[in-house]
Design a protein. Structure first.
Lengths: 285, 256
């Protein structure tokens, strides 16, 4: 069963909230991520997809179930196998781009002599050579995320977990970085799990998109995107792209309504009910 | 604080302000309007100032006060930083101890000075203990603040890359908290200096504060003012040095 780089087996999770008691976030999720695959997790906000990613990375313990990396169960962070790219502001502000990467290599246990070369290599791969000596606050949002990606790549793990890496960027930058990422990752042969809330990003980047339900999250549907990497910007304009994106949205829509509350529909229903039962209009609730 | 560095106009006004005070002192003290005992002539004070430095009569008391300050500051730093670290790492401990320590800091500890003298004697030990007590609070409070307000995402990202406890402390917690901790150390040192001088003046055998009181009681206002000028210069030097050190710690960061 080690065709899967990551096996998620019957994972459930809940967290304690003082006002509501235990809130279930994940309900018996099972999923296999194939080696070299780019898998997108998409779902309504707050559904628990980031929690699932953190469980896969060993940063959060599941209430039940197991995570296996290459067939071995994990119980904590596995820096040799798994690297993370988080949403934003996870570069150390007191280190330059180069030192941010070098300190990551130090944490991973890379010998000092090797750190500099590996840092340079990763910086070059994301096109930040000119900014290696800059501090994070001197970089734009897009450059910061590229630096975070360089830090993750320098760790040379087989698995890359990305938690909404472009969510804080504007749409143009996000689209452009998505294209760059597709080119970059086509050559690295990494197994990648990407959490996103962007339909276009999911379809453009993923080999498979997994749609999660509203909280507590379980897997609702899986959509294959049979298109080879690296993907051309033209793919985004193709009818197939639109079709897949629409299919994805159709799957998501009901879940989003559960989360957001579907205020228009509910208000109308309440209004009808009120008129039907009492016959008079009353504004008191 | 940003614009002042290199702003020579602001510097010039500050220098003029000090010069104006000295000039006013010069004219009032040499005009005969006030008695020599109340405000001795500035030239005589300056002569005396140079004399106590040249003859070295100042150094004994300076050494006493400097030793007391160094001891008090070291004790306060070791206790304040270690307690601050362990309290700051635990959310519950912060909720319990931070208000407690902030509340104690608001207590006028000066009223306990007789107890300090009772416990530690009239000589240097009571000054060290008293100065350390005062310096402890800003150091511990800033250490708690600095450690507890670190962005938890930075700790998570370090852990995800495999950082052990030692690396986490050296590479993440310390640099993240250092600017706030440095502020605490600066304030602690200044407050320690003030409280040591004060306690020497209230009840002491030696040290700069004690010397100033002895001179005042002997109506030797010329030498008293010479000592006061020295203490002011010392405090200014201490403040400038500590501010420079603090600025270095927070140099490469975005100013919020």
């Amino acid at each position: 069963m080690s065709e899967f780089a990551i096996s998620i087996e019957n994972v459930s999770h809940a967290y304690a909230r003082p006002d509501e008691g235990a809130v279930a976030t994940l309900d018996n999720v099972s999923l296999g991520v194939r080696k070299g695959e780019l898998l997108c997790l998409i779902g309504p906000s707050g559904c628990g997809k980031s929690t699932l990613l953190n469980i896969v990375g060993g940063l959060v313990r599941p209430a039940s179930g197991t995570i296996k990396i290459n067939g071995r169960p994990i119980i904590g962070p596995s820096p040799k196998d798994i690297a993370f790219v988080f949403q934003e502001n996870t570069l150390f502000p007191w280190n330059t781009v180069r030192d941010n990467i070098k300190v990551g290599l130090e944490f991973q246990g890379v010998p000092p002599a090797e750190r500099k070369n590996r840092a340079e290599e990763a910086i070059e791969a994301v096109g930040l050579s000119e900014f290696a000596q800059n501090y994070p606050h001197q970089l734009s949002g897009g450059m910061k995320q590229r630096a975070s990606l360089a830090r993750a790549l320098s760790l040379r793990t087989d698995i890359l977990l990305m938690d909404e890496p472009f969510a804080s960027l504007d749409e143009q930058t996000r689209t452009y970085l998505g294209e760059e990422l597709s080119i970059l990752l086509a050559t690295t042969n990494k197994t990648i799990v990407l959490v996103t809330h962007s339909l276009s990003e999911a379809v453009f980047l993923a080999d498979r998109v997994v749609v999660m339900t509203a909280r507590p999250a379980s897997i609702k549907a899986t959509i294959e995107v049979p298109e080879s990497h690296p993907r051309e910007p033209g793919f985004m304009a193709s009818p197939r792209f639109a079709e897949l994106r629409n299919e994805l949205y159709a799957q998501l829509r009901a879940e989003i309504e559960k989360t957001v509350g579907g205020f228009v529909g509910k208000a109308a229903a309440r209004d009808r009910e009120r008129r039907g039962t009492s016959g008079t209009r009353s504004d008191s609730e | 604080m940003n614009g002042i560095r290199g702003d020579w106009q602001a510097r010039a006004i500050q220098v003029l302000f000090v010069a104006a005070i000295l000039l006013l002192w010069y004219y009032v003290s040499t005009s005969g309007l006030v008695g020599v005992i109340f405000l001795p002539p500035l030239p005589r004070v300056i002569d005396k100032f140079l004399q106590i430095i040249q003859t070295g009569s100042l150094y004994y008391n300076l050494a006493v006060t400097a030793y007391e300050l160094a001891m008090a500051f070291s004790i306060a730093s070791i206790l304040g930083l270690s307690i601050g670290y362990f309290v700051g790492r635990s959310r519950i401990a912060v909720v319990i101890f931070e208000p407690l320590l902030a509340g104690l800091f608001a207590v006028p500890i000066i009223v306990f000075l007789p107890l300090f003298i009772l416990f530690f004697g009239i000589d240097m030990q009571s000054k060290i203990a008293f100065g350390a007590t005062y310096a402890f609070f800003p150091i511990v409070l800033n250490a708690i603040g600095g450690i507890s307000q670190i962005d938890p995402r930075l700790i998570i990202v370090a852990r995800s890359m495999g950082a052990n406890e030692g690396q986490l402390f050296r590479r993440v917690l310390l640099p993240a908290a250092l600017p706030v901790i440095a502020t605490g150390l600066r304030i602690g040192c200044i407050i320690g200096f003030l409280s040591i001088l004060g306690s020497e003046m209230i009840a002491g055998l030696r040290g700069l504060g004690s010397r100033i009181v002895t001179l005042a009681e002997g109506m030797n206002t010329v030498e008293m003012f010479a000592y006061i000028i020295f203490v002011i210069l010392m405090a200014a030097l201490l403040n400038v040095t500590l501010t420079r050190m603090q600025a270095r710690f927070s140099a490469p960061r975005e100013q919020p």
